[in-house]
Design a binder for this molecule. Structure first.
Ligand code: ZN
Length: 217
């Protein structure tokens, strides 16, 4: 099997993302650069806990022609390829429906990033407009949003995409984005609770506590 080590690495990343709660069911996918012209990508609609290295697809980056793996590649291959083609220094791209950052993508606006997160994520979280999953329309909208200094993107009413120079950096961006999203949503909920009528205020604080992993008092 060609590229066995990198294909196994994709399997390991998917299991880690599932354990961390960022991949659920068959949702979420990864592209990893394996050499100058090829990428490894998760197969479409597979249970990540039963996936084997041989299930991971190897594609030519230039035209996404499949060169290894019998399974169909992820429907979001074009989405990831747009990032890896536009940014040759990026080695890994991760798309998830992770719960808190995906909630941020429902707000319908790009989000400024506080300065302490700029190095990891970039100065803002762009909001890529909605288009159906796996569509060329979504891939082309995303391609237009890619910037050299931005490693985390919100996808309206859908999820997020993070990238990095290698898989460890992309994983860190996924983690950092979820932490930042939790903080930003908590601030918004807290601000809304102040001055709200008692019933709404209690409901908002319950939501605030749940978001921060605290059980209701
Ligand atoms: Zn998705």
């Amino acid at each position: 099997m060609k590229h066995a080590q990198q294909r196994q690495h994709v399997v390991d990343l998917c299991i880690e993302l599932s354990h961390r709660g960022y991949f659920a069911g068959t949702g979420g996918n990864i592209m990893l650069r394996v050499d100058a012209g090829h990428v490894a990508v998760t197969p479409s609609a597979i249970d990540y806990f039963s996936m084997a290295a041989a299930d991971v697809c190897i594609l030519r980056l230039s035209d996404l022609r499949q060169v290894e793996g019998d399974r169909a590649p992820s429907v979001e291959s074009s989405l990831h390829a747009g990032v890896l083609r536009a940014r040759p220094e990026v080695g890994c791209s991760i798309h998830t429906h992770q719960p808190v950052a995906s909630a941020l993508a429902l707000l319908g606006a790009e989000i400024p990033v506080p300065p302490e997160w700029h190095a990891a994520l970039g100065p803002r979280l762009p909001l890529v407009g909605y288009a159906p999953s796996g569509s060329g329309w979504l891939a082309s909208k995303f391609r237009r949003a890619v910037r050299p200094d931005i490693n985390a993107y919100l996808m309206r009413n859908h999820g997020i995409l993070c990238c990095g120079h290698d898989s460890a950096a992309a994983m860190r961006a996924v983690d950092d984005l979820e932490t930042l999203a939790r903080r930003l949503l908590s601030q918004r909920i807290g601000a809304r609770a102040v001055g709200s009528a008692a019933g709404l205020r209690q409901a908002l604080w319950r939501m605030h506590d749940a978001l921060n992993g605290r059980s209701p008092s």
